[in-house]
Design a protein around this ligand. Structure first.
Ligand code: ADP
Ligand code: MG
Length: 292
């Protein structure tokens, strides 16, 4: 395309809240055959809320929330923020945490009031030999309803499972349908567990998804699709997504996402809506048509 037609295209896209950082991305967007979407914060709002607390070996929900929130106060993960917010809403006071450690894709650990706390997914529990027998059914049920079950252990014993729900953005279903109507294969990628991922994918009409993907493995999925001959668009909001955004043929960042994601992407969706994807592709097609 001529520099002039690219400039016009970039301007058109900007009107739709789609910021295109380089002209090449605008020209490649129309050739995308597969769109990879991160789940949390991309398809969903990324603002999870605690929906229920199921006690296993603990006696009081408030006590569980108090300890869990004290631990999570040191984390910037959206799941962590939902726990801290919930504790604040209950008027609970938090204690300080020692030896805090975040384990990417698994959860967090630390010491609060002299107790060794672990908080995260089932894998985190298994890695620390915490017995989860008898709780897996409850967690599965939570996940089937599109909640993310978080396991909470105190001194090596499973205390409770906290269910957190992250609502799907109101226009994600429509926006995904638009991509599919354009003949684009839509794939969802998430670090979340399989059952939750499946429930969310079903709700938004995505049949192909990969769950329990570790942060360092997200870009491998993009590479795999490229090796299958796909021209890959990747859309994400998190630090986790940055390498995949950089590797994709066109990277799309959610405007409300992390700076690292925005810097790694070619295009930023300022409105956070996934409609920006089909909008960008439409502008790209129009731009290329103009120069023929
Ligand atoms: P994503 O952002 O794609 O859902 P992550 O790789 O950030 O995936 O996290 C994967 C899983 O690890 C989460 O679904 C959760 O079960 C667990 N996890 C990660 N960080 C935390 C945290 N701070 N507190 C509790 N669990 C966490
Ligand atoms: Mg995300």
């Amino acid at each position: 395309a001529t520099p002039m037609s690219v400039m016009v295209g970039v301007g058109k896209a900007a009107e739709a809240g789609v910021l295109i950082r380089n002209g090449e991305a605008l020209q490649t967007a129309s050739k995308i055959t597969a769109m990879v979407l991160d789940k949390t914060g991309t398809i969903t709002l990324g603002a999870p809320k605690v929906t229920s607390i199921h006690l296993v070996h603990a006696k009081e929900k408030d006590r569980v929330l108090e300890l869990a929130a004290s631990l999570e106060a040191g984390s910037e993960h959206p799941l962590a923020m939902s726990i801290v917010e919930s504790a604040q809403e209950q008027g609970l006071s938090l204690s300080s945490v020692k030896n805090f450690k975040a384990i990417a894709g698994h959860g967090v650990e630390g010491v609060v009031e002299g107790k060794e706390l672990l908080f995260g997914n089932e894998k985190l529990m298994r890695d620390h030999s915490v017995n989860v027998n008898g709780a897996v059914d409850v967690a599965q049920q939570m996940a089937a309803e599109a909640n993310t079950p978080m396991y909470f252990a105190v001194d090596g014993v499973l205390a409770a499972i906290i269910a957190v729900s992250d609502p799907i953005k109101e226009d994600s279903i429509e926006a995904i349908k638009r991509l599919q109507k354009n003949g684009i294969k839509v794939v969802m990628l998430t670090g979340d567990n399989r059952a939750t991922a499946k429930a969310v994918a079903n709700k938004v009409g995505i049949t192909e998804f990969f769950a329990e993907v570790l942060p360092e493995d997200k870009s491998d999925k993009v590479a795999e699709l490229q090796m299958q001959g796909e021209v890959v668009g990747m859309t994400g909001d998190g630090i986790n997504d940055a390498p995949a955004l950089a590797l994709a043929n066109v990277g799309f960042a959610i405007g409300t996402g992390t700076d690292v994601a925005i810097e790694s992407a070619d295009i930023t969706l300022m409105r956070g809506s996934l409609h920006g994807l089909a909008d960008a592709i439409a502008v790209s097609k129009a731009t290329l048509r103009n120069i023929k």
